[in-house]
Design a protein around this ligand. Structure first.
Ligand SMILES: N[C@@H](CCC(=O)N[C@@H](CS)C(=O)NCC(=O)O)C(=O)O
Length: 212
């Protein structure tokens, strides 16, 4: 046994190297020192063709999903990340209480919301038949992405070197935009965020999980 509350039993993470939500979990596993206990299983997902094996673990048929030794399978990324953090006795990535906790959870929700819109845009472009595409819906999703980025730009000067769950989610947002929407050039209108992202991109947990 390691630190207080830490179980040494292995866990199984259903993930995909392209998934920004799964990347949150993979970064948290590394930042909490639990990486060696988490077996990462590459999983293909497609909302138009549900993965039957994954459906047995998560009725929503989404990744990430984490098979735990004591609780069955957990989902979604916010729950899994907080679960892993709870196994780590020191330096929590989720502040335990007070205004810091609500700020961190709001920042995570902001990043998750940007990702929801960006992942839907990806499905729209890559999966939906051209004849069924809806331009107003696409531009509505881009408004969420860009509005969310503006808020990250405004907020990031307050982060003060912290790399908790909110910042981890923000890193996954920016990495996903670079990966799936390289033409978006989010850096130009968001210079503080761009500088922050360059700085945190050298962390091993971030480098080891670059989307592929
Ligand atoms: N709210 C979920 C979102 C997860 C999600 O959308 N995952 C995508 C991959 S990045 C997925 O599994 N999509 C398959 C589908 O929508 O059927 C979380 O935070 O884990």
């Amino acid at each position: 046994m390691g630190q207080q509350g830490r179980s040494e039993a292995r866990m199984r993470l259903w993930h995909n190297a392209a998934s920004p939500f799964a990347r949150k979990v993979r970064i948290v596993a590394r930042e909490t020192g639990l990486g060696a206990l988490v077996d990462e299983v590459q999983t293909l997902v497609n909302p138009a063709k549900p993965n039957a094996d994954l459906a047995k673990e998560n009725p929503l048929v989404k990744i990430p999903a984490l098979a735990t030794p004591d609780l069955g399978t957990l989902y979604d990324s916010a729950v899994i990340c907080e679960y892993l953090d709870s196994l780590n006795g020191e330096a929590p990535l989720f502040p335990k209480a007070g205004p810091e906790r609500w700020r961190a959870l709001r920042l995570q929700s902001l990043g998750d919301g940007i990702l929801d819109a960006a992942v839907l845009l990806r499905y729209e472009g890559a999966l939906r038949p051209e004849a069924l595409r809806w331009a107003d819906w696409v531009s509505g999703q881009w408004s969420k992405v860009r509005g969310g980025l503006n808020e990250l730009e405004r907020d990031c000067p307050t982060w003060d070197g912290r790399f908790g769950i909110g910042q981890i989610t923000a890193a996954c947002v920016l990495g996903y935009l670079d990966f799936r929407f390289p033409g978006e050039n989010w850096r130009q209108p968001h210079p503080a965020l761009a500088a922050w992202f360059a700085k945190i991109s050298i962390r091993p947990s971030v480098k080891e999980t670059v989307p592929a």
